[in-house]
Design a protein around this ligand. Sequence first.
Ligand code: LCS
Length: 393
Amino acid sequence: MGLKNTGFNSKLIHSGGIKDPLGSAVTPIYQTSTFSFKSAKHGSQCFSGESDGYIYTRIGNPTILDLERTMADLENGFGGIATSSGMGAVNTVYLTYLSSGDHVVCTEAVYGPSRGVLENVYPKFGIEASFVNTSELKAVKEAIQPNTKLIFLESPANPTMQITDVVAVSELAHKNNIPVCIDNTFASPYLQKPLDLGADIVLHSMTKFINGHADIVAGMIVTKTEEDFKKLRPMMVNLGCNMDPNQAFLTRRGLKTLSIRIDKAQENCIKVADYLESHPKVAWVKFPGLKSHPQYELAKKQMSGPGAMISFGLNGGYKAGEKMMNNVQLALLAVSLGGIETLIQHPASMTHSKLTIAGKLKAGITDDLVRLSVGIEDVEDIINDLDQALKDV
Ligand code: LCS
């Protein structure tokens, strides 16, 4: 799958490898639902797999394939499966590996709906889940049952910024013949390559850092092996949670600048984290780049940088956080993350509001937790904005 020996930045620009017959520098948007066959025999060969020609956009499309190949290259995986959204990727993985009577071990602090569907939808199909603090290997070990068919991790976790040791959990899982899937949305392959650390499947909400411009919703699954790819791909096609070619084009375009965007956002975030940690009205800050983070050393080991997401709490609890969120002027009070603009939100009442109160508390999604996605604006402006927002809280 091309460009294996080039650096990450060259892959960002050149991976994909769809050659346009007219020589366009950028892979065009093949905005078509269907593709004509050269003959009836060719059509039947496309369906049987004897020919790799295109059939129908839900099954495959050159613009989408370009993005799938690029993401597989960046994650050092076998192949990519693009989905209409991050949740499309999450559910494709759940439905592929879990059947009635099966059990999944899931990081307790994951994106709200990734946990919410396991609590509210999958039980009606006879699938059960345990939500544990996967940063403690012992907790993962104790949660594994004879019917455990998947370990689902998110690291760094949304919104607690907990870090899971991917090497250790993967070793444990493989001893028990359980595949490991990790949601790599918060880090992106620029900062963390879970397949190299031992995971079997990696997924993304590409709505976030991968696209980076807050103008599309998209998802991606990358597998380490052909075997897992062949299990997952038909599930996505049959569910119909495929990507649209226009969405693929925009995502591929945004992806080209992933490293320079993350470098700048991360540089800003390190300064913002220092600012918040030294602010008298701030009770606590969770950011993997701070020595106070409980898994600071592990983050340094398995990630090449701490990223651009912070969670923090104010001395005045939710009331103070609410006031601060209403006071920001440069940052947007909005969910989502990983874009070029700074965003602030309150997980307990927004992104994670559907979880039970007990579940939220056990996972560390406390009422005082405010989440900040640091953008690429001038860092002085971000800090000045937070400073004025904190004045009367
Ligand atoms: N995984 C993670 C870690 C996420 O943060 C999200 C969305 C998803 C999966 C789902 O992706 P989507 O379907 O939205 O593309 N996270 C959001 C958040 O924190 N705020 O708004 C959406």
